[in-house]
Design a protein around this ligand. Structure first.
Ligand SMILES: Nc1ncnc2c1ncn2[C@@H]1O[C@H](COP(=O)(O)OP(=O)(O)OP(=O)(O)O)[C@@H](O)[C@H]1O
Ligand SMILES: [Mg+2]
Length: 155
């Protein structure tokens, strides 16, 4: 599969939120953003910014205990954290496919459910460099996401 990558470094949580916000402004319903990275790497912080970029109405907190949080707005957001899921099919049970028709879908710990993700996703990988710095790598698996990555790099 053709892949395109872009790497960013953020210094502090606000910069990670800003990067998420910039991405959010470029997304449309049906887009699926797959987040990977260890505990505390910044996935939820990034999603908070992404929600702001979509003009979502609520504040994003971690959905770890609820699996999914929904946010309204012109472009609604479904924010999922599958850390506690036992298998990918549980995600289908809670309506993953339906959300993909109408929402932007963001999945934390997406590697755990890679088998059921749509063929075209935007992967975002978070690495902890030190207490303030994170390396954030975008990987596009489709032309649509390549275009989005290019636009992000120009900002
Ligand atoms: N550059 C940075 N980007 C994001 N978060 C940062 C950064 N520097 C420090 N932090 C801190 O790291 C933590 C990131 O927490 P966050 O909940 O976003 O992580 P997460 O990847 O969602 O973790 P989990 O897997 O537990 O859901 C916060 O406490 C935040 O203040
Ligand atoms: Mg989180």
């Amino acid at each position: 599969m053709r892949e395109m990558k872009a790497t960013f470094e953020t210094n502090g949580v606000l910069e990670t939120e800003k990067l998420g916000e910039a991405l959010g402004k470029l997304l449309s319903p049906g887009d699926c953003v797959a987040l990977q990275g260890e505990l505390g790497a910044g996935k939820t912080a990034f999603t908070r910014g992404l929600a702001r970029g979509l003009d979502a109405v609520d504040y994003v907190t971690s959905p770890t205990f609820t699996i999914i949080n929904e946010y309204g707005g012109d472009i609604p957001l479904a924010h999922m954290d599958v850390y506690r899921l036992n298998d990918a099919f549980e995600l289908e049970d809670i309506g993953f496919r339906e959300y993909l028709r109408s929402h932007v879908v963001v999945v934390e710990w997406a590697g755990k459910v890679a088998d059921i993700l749509p063929p075209e996703v935007l992967w975002v990988e978070f690495e902890i460099l030190d207490d303030k710095r994170r390396r954030i790598t975008f990987t596009a698996t489709a032309g649509r996401y390549e275009k989005i990555i290019r636009e992000l790099k120009q900002q």
